[in-house]
Design a protein around this ligand. Structure first.
Ligand code: NAP
Length: 322
């Protein structure tokens, strides 16, 4: 056997055997890793509970519509003291009314807060400090999205605005809220990220995916800092949820998501509130999202292929969906 034939056979065998061995190894250790993960989750649950939303001070950003509005209703149902924030106070007033009259909340206040404005955030924290002296649960939900390929974005400030609202808005509010979160027992921070950060291969969402990936980095790191204070961070990664987000996309001609199979916002909110109470480290929505979480980092090319074929079909290129 010549040297070159030997080399080519070895290369072929190695390229075949390596992925196969990796796959067999991966599949055989999977049950052990699964059980180890369950154990870690159980330990965290033990430390973080008992905890219920009843009489807890819950602050929700972006509570004027969509997921934030439904989170307000779900927390109201569970007896929380609600502090609802957004820029549209007329919409917030409607949500407040429904929380009281339909869902039985006894303490609800609304606050005009643009999460990108330091002065609004300072005022909110001062008010909460004066009235409740603590925050039991901070829900970081305010967000905006986009819908254009980067080359079609006319003004780069769109990308900066998305980072400002989705990332810096949530990070800044958390920074200022920390002293009040520390005053509560076993307090929670719930971050509404997106599957766009679990499988960030979605076209026309560059700035959005970046902002949601940034949230993950920031809050995963923060969790390690805050465990000593018994503050539990839950990051939720919803898939496509039927809300007003299509109407609010930044840009001149944004392409929307097909909502025909979208999850109803109230269903999404229920899962998030339940995960918050149980202090799940993360809540990944949809079977595809769960699969992506496993494939991420191990089989990136396969995940990219799946994302391309699945997600691209969900984006309307020709028309706007309602
Ligand atoms: N819908 C989906 O398919 C989906 C999927 C995954 C993740 N998410 C995430 O879920 C969160 C809620 O979105 P949604 O789908 O419920 O959309 P939505 O109905 O458009 O709600 C967005 C909320 O954010 C608030 N907001 C926007 N800019 C703000 C600012 N500068 N300061 C304060 N509040 C601001 C809006 O209130 P005002 O305009 O009154 O300020 C509104 O209440 C977002 O973070 C979004 O990225 C949504």
């Amino acid at each position: 056997m010549t040297h070159s034939v030997y080399n080519s056979l070895t290369t072929t065998a190695t390229s075949f055997i390596s992925p196969t061995l990796v796959l067999i190894g991966f599949v055989s250790v999977l049950p052990i890793l699964y059980i180890a993960n369950l154990y870690c989750r159980y330990k965290r649950y033990q430390t973080a509970t008992p905890w219920s939303a009843r009489d807890k001070v819950v602050v929700i950003t972006g509570a004027s519509s969509g997921i934030g509005e439904e989170l307000a209703y779900e927390f109201a149902r569970q007896g929380a003291i609600l502090i609802l924030c957004a820029r549209r106070t007329d919409k917030l007033a409607d949500v407040e009314k429904a929380c009281r009259e339909k869902y039985g909340a006894s303490q609800v206040t609304i606050h005009k807060v643009d999460v990108t404005r330091d002065s609004d955030v300072d005022r909110l924290i001062e008010t909460i400090d004066a009235t409740h002296e603590k925050i039991d649960c901070l829900v970081l939900n305010a967000g905006v999205s986009m819908g254009e390929a980067l080359e079609d974005v006319e003004d780069f400030n769109i990308i900066k605005n998305i980072m400002d609202v989705n990332f810096y808005g949530s990070a800044m509010l958390t920074y200022h809220a920390l002293p009040l979160l520390k005053k509560a027992e076993k307090s929670r921070i719930t971050v509404i990220s997106s599957l766009a950060s679990v499988m960030p291969f979605i076209p026309m969402r560059t700035g959005y995916a970046a902002s949601k990936c940034a949230l993950r980095g920031f809050f995963d790191s923060l969790q390690t800092e805050l465990l000593k204070d018994n503050i539990f961070i839950t990051i939720a990664y919803p898939g496509i949820v039927k809300t007003e987000i299509n109407n609010n996309r930044l840009g001149k001609n944004p392409k929307n998501l097909d909502f025909s199979k979208a999850m109803p916002a109230d269903e999404c909110a229920k899962v998030i509130v339940d995960g918050t109470i149980k202090a799940h480290k993360e809540i990944v929505f949809t079977n595809l999202g769960k699969l992506a979480r496993v494939l991420d980092g191990t089989f990136p090319d396969l995940l990219f292929h799946i994302s391309q074929n699945y997600i691209t079909k969900q984006i309307s290129v020709e028309k706007k969906f309602e």
